[in-house]
Design a protein. Structure first.
Length: 201
């Protein structure tokens, strides 16, 4: 009886914590949005199922292109642990019925939700994001293909940010991306440009 009572109290506390964190104002505050300001994807977003995208950025499946104008629907807590919140970030491209949901875990991603939102979305459209990008790499970027001689910014547009639990600094000369659960791709830079791409099983 006591055990049921304790579980009931804990359940009520958890529900209260979750409902208190489901704030529609969180997204515009993170990007400091002005009324009617447009929002775009900062990089290619990789996914196998649009409603099950991991913030750890697995390079598998299809691509939602960088510079896609989106309407952010919700930023809600989906799970609470003693150490972290897990957030669901849901959005749709403008004039599209497809809804995308990125799941973000603060503890696994080693950063705050606001920090991640500022990386995932931008106020710059496709033309602005392409400023300073070598046109000869545009087709590769659109197709999600990193090739030698690309700059770090060109790799970011193509692959997105490397997951921080495997990359402590973007200044490192090796960026590690996740492919499947036990395989990865290493992008190696020399003098600021891609020297080689290595798949590791």
């Amino acid at each position: 009886m006591l055990k049921r009572f304790v579980y009931g109290i804990l359940a009520l506390v958890m529900v209260g914590m979750i409902s208190g964190c489901n704030s529609p104002e969180r997204f515009p505050e993170a990007l400091q949005l002005k009324p009617n300001e447009k929002v775009y994807t900062r990089f290619n977003i990789w996914y196998r199922k649009p409603d099950e995208i991991s913030a750890r950025n697995h390079l598998l499946g299809k691509i939602l292109p960088f510079g896609t104008q989106v309407d952010v629907k919700t930023v809600n807590v989906s799970r609470v642990s003693p150490y972290s919140y897990t957030w669901d970030i849901s959005f749709s491209p403008v004039n599209s019925k497809t809804r995308y949901t990125v799941t973000f875990d603060e503890q696994l991603m080693l950063q705050s939700l606001d920090s991640y939102l500022q990386k995932l979305f931008t106020l710059k459209d496709r033309a602005q994001l392409l400023k300073g990008i070598d046109k000869k790499f545009l087709k590769d970027i659109d197709q999600g293909r990193v090739v030698p001689k690309m700059t770090r910014e060109e790799v970011l547009l193509t692959y997105g940010y490397p997951p921080p639990h495997r990359n402590f600094s973007l200044k490192n000369d090796t960026w590690i991306y996740q492919l499947k659960d036990f395989s990865s791709r290493r992008v190696i830079f020399r003098s600021g440009k891609v020297r080689s791409i290595i798949n590791m099983d």
